[in-house]
Design a protein around this ligand. Structure first.
Ligand SMILES: [Zn+2]
Length: 410
């Protein structure tokens, strides 16, 4: 027993001497590892961890903050400066010859002395998002983080303004100092954090587009694993919003998330039989056990209201995220590009009902501009946060929210 006490005392000292520094530096990632031990080998394990494993870990720059025993479980807490160093340092450790030999030796002598290993990666969400330049802001007590899955590059027409002359469209684009016939549509994704909920608005385009598929990496660099996402609200079922739900092997990425989709949207695509609809229905089929259908006006978890804004697709929704007197309206694909704010009736070749999309767009833009409402849009310039300003009766303008730095949440 002396070995155990001495070992714990040593680590307690390490923990105490480190903690004061740790509390002021909040950019780190903490990795908690839990080993379920066989009772008869507990003492041997601890001695081996102290005498063999720890020196090798220290050689590779592992920083062990603390260790403790709970019943038959040995726990230790590691500190890392980045997600990538977790992977690289563990790889170094596992290919260390001394470590491998000792492991083989123990296995031969005692068999499996560890019954089970589990781990949790803990990251300070606030500091990580700032360190990485994610744009975060608060709506009351709800934390919103503007993320990106990348972008999708398309010919300007017919993705917008299918019935307008190419010259007029090119003029509008060049006025904005942009390419005159190509639009690089941002694929913005919103992460919403409240209490134990981690909610995404849409899942991006994922593997299906070589300029996209960045969302999972961004989440992981904040210390969030896809399995930790609790909910995904799908604004509508176009590929740049749902293909990111699955990986290239056709597996659901966000395996524990409830996927909220409007009933109208799912039924619409199910009623069609063409290549485009089939690819959408395939994605829905893969994540079917996770899907929860909602009706127009449904409020999810008491703070996200989803209202059908039809036209782009029949079940396309805008989402109002509210807390106290504050709110944010996720307009999603109500407007595909800032040019469509100036010309709401130019529309998009992707609108499933072109005329209905125009009238929905005009009505909602009018209300948002009258209310000076903060909005977020899937395809507005990253980070997609801003206001709709009225120019004249039928024309609006995008005013990005003034953000002083990526670390600002004001
Ligand atoms: Zn879209």
């Amino acid at each position: 027993m002396n070995t155990v006490k001495g070992f714990l005392a040593l680590l307690f000292v390490m923990f105490v001497t480190n903690i004061s520094a740790q509390t002021v530096i909040s950019n780190d990632i903490y990795q908690l590892r839990k080993y379920k031990l066989q009772a008869q080998h507990q003492e041997f394990f601890l001695a081996n961890f102290k005498n063999h494993t720890m020196p090798i870990m220290q050689k590779y720059g592992f920083s062990i903050l603390s260790t403790w025993i709970e019943g038959n479980e040995f726990n230790y807490l590691l500190k890392w400066d980045s997600q990538s160093s977790i992977q690289s340092k563990w790889l170094q450790l596992m290919s260390d010859e001394g470590w491998r030999n000792q492991k083989a030796h123990i296995q031969q002598q005692y068999g499996n002395i560890i019954e089970e290993i589990s781990e949790h990666v803990l990251a300070d969400l606030v500091s990580m998002k700032n360190q990485r330049g994610f744009t975060a802001f608060n709506i009351g007590d709800i934390e919103c983080i503007a993320l990106s899955d990348g972008f999708v590059s398309l010919p300007a027409q017919p993705s917008i303004a299918p019935h307008i002359s190419a010259n007029l469209v090119a003029n509008e684009l060049t006025k904005g100092f942009r390419k005159d016939n190509i639009i690089d549509y941002p694929i913005n994704v919103l992460l919403i954090k409240k209490d134990s909920r981690l909610i995404l608005i849409d899942a991006g385009q994922g593997y299906a587009n070589r300029n996209a598929g960045k969302l999972v990496g961004y989440l992981q660099s904040m210390g969030i694993q896809p399995s930790q996402i609790t909910d995904i609200v799908i604004s509508h079922a176009h590929t740049d919003h749902i293909d990111g739900l699955i990986d290239s092997n056709g597996k659901s990425i966000y395996s524990n998330a409830t996927i909220h989709v409007s009933r109208v949207e799912v039924e619409f695509w199910e009623s069609l039989d063409n290549d485009f609809a089939n690819s959408i229905n395939n994605v829905f089929a893969i994540v079917k056990p996770q899907i929860e259908l909602f009706e127009d006006g449904a409020v999810i978890h008491g703070f996200i209201k989803n209202e059908i804004a039809p036209g782009h697709t029949p079940g396309h929704v805008i989402c109002t995220i509210f807390s106290g007197t504050e709110k944010l309206v996720a307009i999603n694909d109500l407007v595909l590009d800032v040019i469509i704010l100036t010309h709401p009736d130019w529309g998009s070749g992707f609108d499933s009902n072109f005329e209905q999309a125009i009238s929905t767009r005009k009505n909602i833009l009018f209300q948002l501009s009258e209310n000076k409402q903060l909005v977020w849009g899937s395809h507005m310039p990253y980070p997609g946060i801003g206001y709709i300003r009225k120019n004249d009766e039928h024309s609006y303008e995008w005013t990005p929210k003034f953000i002083s730095s990526p670390t600002s949440n004001k």
